[in-house]
Design a protein around this ligand. Structure first.
Ligand code: GTP
Length: 212
């Protein structure tokens, strides 16, 4: 690890086609909702986020609908944190996320920065996933959950992004402190007992080689 300051975060949006990934990214970057987008296009959006000391660079990868597994693995390797999105009005889009979650866990471990987001909460009469089921899935995925409507406003989008950035930062600090810990251990002066043991071992080895 060469980087000692938190200067950037890469966030990947995963979800089935039409759940609102592009609408989410565009809402976060521009605060606007545009009804129609180029479907199934991969795109990286960037935004500089001011911090009390300077700023961090956010990169948001809007993945296409159902990319092949090798592409998902590549995106997982690229990302620091993941937003798993589905539509509250389409049950099949929730089931799709199990496979992606499995790939993330295998590559980055269970503690990896992650959020589960049910979009299109405005489609009340078409709703297929209730709060309980969302809660159970979040428990299974071991991550925070959100219900949002990208169409209705920016608030939910901002909350999701704050949460994932916060998790990524926490992860960065954790990795940095374990890296520093290892450095300290490697450079630590050895204790007197350790040096005595080592000298004794050397002497025993020498007397062995003198004997044989
Ligand atoms: N009602 C409603 N429609 C939404 C919402 N968010 C997105 N949509 C609509 O859902 C459709 C698909 O949105 P996209 O953002 O293109 O979805 P996507 O996940 O990027 O789709 P792919 O590019 O195919 O992967 C568009 O017509 C959006 O306007 C929402 O919160 N409520």
């Amino acid at each position: 690890m060469s980087q000692k300051r938190f200067t950037g975060a890469r966030i990947v949006l995963f979800g089935a086609g039409g759940v609102g990934k592009t609408a989410f990214a565009v809402r976060y970057i521009t605060k606007r909702y545009i009804g129609d987008y180029d479907r199934d296009k991969e795109m990286i959006y960037t935004r500089r986020l001011p911090t009390p000391r300077d700023e961090i660079l956010l990169e948001i990868l809007d993945t296409g609908a159902s990319p092949p597994i090798d592409v998902v693995e590549k995106h997982v390797k690229w990302g620091d944190g993941f937003v798993l999105m589905f539509s509250l009005a389409d049950r099949s889009t929730l089931a799709c996320l199990n496979e992606v979650k499995g790939i993330i866990e295998k590559a980055k471990g269970r503690d990896c920065p992650l959020t589960l987001v049910g979009n299109k909460s405005d489609l009340i009469s078409a709703r297929e996933i209730e709060e309980d089921e969302l809660g159970q899935t979040a428990q299974k995925f071991d991550c925070p959950k959100f219900e949002i409507s990208v169409a209705e406003g920016s608030q939910g989008v901002l909350e999701v992004m704050d949460e994932i950035i916060c998790q990524i930062k926490r992860d960065f600090v954790k990795n940095l402190s374990s890296y520093n810990q290892n450095q300290v251990t490697d450079n630590k002066p050895r204790s007197k007992l350790y040096s005595m043991k080592k000298a004794l071992k050397k002497r025993i080895n020498k007397s062995h080689s003198d004997t044989f």
